[in-house]
Design a protein around this ligand. Sequence first.
Ligand code: TSX
Ligand code: MN
Length: 583
Amino acid sequence: MTSQLPALNQWVAEIAQLTQPDHIHWCDGSDAENTQLIEQMLADGTLLKLNESTHPESYLHRSHPDDVARVEHLTFVCTTEREDAGPNNHWMAPDEARAKMRALFAGCMKGRTLYVVPYCMGPIDSPLSRCGVEITDSPYVVANMRIMTRMGQAALARIEREGQFVKGLHSTGDLNPERRFIMHFPESLEIQSFGSGYGGNALLGKKCHALRIASHQARSEGWLAEHMLILGIENPQGEKHYIAAAFPSACGKTNLAMLIPPEGYVREGWKITTIGDDICWMRPGKDGRLYAINPEAGFFGVAPGTSAKSNPNALASIQRNTIFTNVAVTDDNQPWWEGLDARVPVTDWKGNPFNAEAGTPAAHPNSRFTVSAKQCPSYSPEAEAPQGVPISAIVFGGRRASLVPLVFEARDWTHGVLIGAAMGSETTAAATGAVGVMRRDPMAMKPFCGYNFADYFTHWLSFDKAGAKLPKIFHVNWFRKGDGGDFLWPGFGDNMRVLEWMLKRVAGSVGSQETPIGHLPNPADINLDGLELGDEAMQKLFDYDRAGWAAEFASIGEYLEEYGPRMPEALKAEQQRIHEALS
Ligand code: TSX
Ligand code: MN
């Protein structure tokens, strides 16, 4: 098979010439094709079938033990000018990168099948969507791309119509970490990934396309490609609002996207719906508001910590038609991970007998589930709307044991951009090993912005122009601890109370305490019915420490200096204004 687009046929022929596959398969995305691929992967051990009665049509994949996460030190943005990639990216000259990758790809598909995977990021009929084609030699990648994107015939038809697509080339190679690179060429809309089969490195539609390449494209076309969940809130009057939120890893983005409100809220008729849990593309509409789509079609979620308590909607989603990667297995062949329940698994993520005494986790801390968003009970029909959903509030957040209050609101757009640029989070054991160290991660985009952060902040500021009806910007912290070391806020479903306050602020129906760091809630304006917060919680969650914030703003100033002379003056001025107001 070939396509009706000569440029695509030519590219596939060129890559086949370079990589020398035994077979070429153009993916149509059909059920029959998927069934055939799954059977093949079961036969060669790439997939293991899980318990059919508890988890119908679900499979376990065990990756190479050295290939379990994204590899930031091997991820490059290859722009002509080094400065365009910025200090936030590793850079390599495009010619040098191409030569390096060409040598790796030469002959790498001998004995393998080359799959041509056409995909669409976003609803197939949305003007906000963008298409790509991934060439890969991994049937596991094909099966995951089928869940995570609109993959196959319909995407190919759109690509043939538009004539433009992101070219993604991927091979697992020999999985040698010494021969592993993830290269991005934003100027020519190309991605080349070699030597890893892991999600973020291999499912090129996700981080590589929908964030790194798309952020670059978004800048030149006047939109935003962000690392944000999107959720819908419906109040008892039936009014719907949409919120986009960015958090660094380990802050529970997927949990917030699928939040179940406290009982009292449900009884009154409040509803939360899920549009997306990871990526948000937004563009100003004719009315000046920002309209958002989720470019993905599925969830590639972290398994550990997912339970009936932390996220019932996620757990319900993954009872069938799910690909699990690097989880443990129980004696009756069910997937298991730390934090799921009290059972003890028999096999660890590497396939070895699990030894509970050894003190190492049974599931890999970065083990994952891949599942269609349509299986999520809270999935919103609006997620398929071609025009997207209008965003009423943008939320930034981080994991901060001290200083940062539960919620505050930016004074205006520029202040909000500064709050996003200054975002920070404390590391957890799962991420690094060093626990509790504050890392700044502007807009949760540090690993994903495909161009210079200084230019990125300038781009964000540019949305504040005549006729714009921009969302309000908030900052939240679910992770404030008391002097005794306990979390002061119950979090999870109770975060609904904070979301409700945001909507009241959007409606203009409540006031606030004005402080140099922004608008803090009057505690009486947040519904705390049914919660028992002590004096320490009330004080620390709803007040701010002036001296502590003065030190924080000094640190923010130093941090922003790192992005050099391209930093927008307006952002530096905003930092200085607040720093002075605090001293
Ligand atoms: O996801 C979380 N959210 C957002 C939920 C919508 N987590 C888990 C983070 C790891 C991914 C949270 N953890 C949240 C939260 O709001 N808050 C906390 C901290 C916390 C942990 C446990 C309790 C309270 C707070 N309480 C008990 O375990 C009883
Ligand atoms: Mn993410």
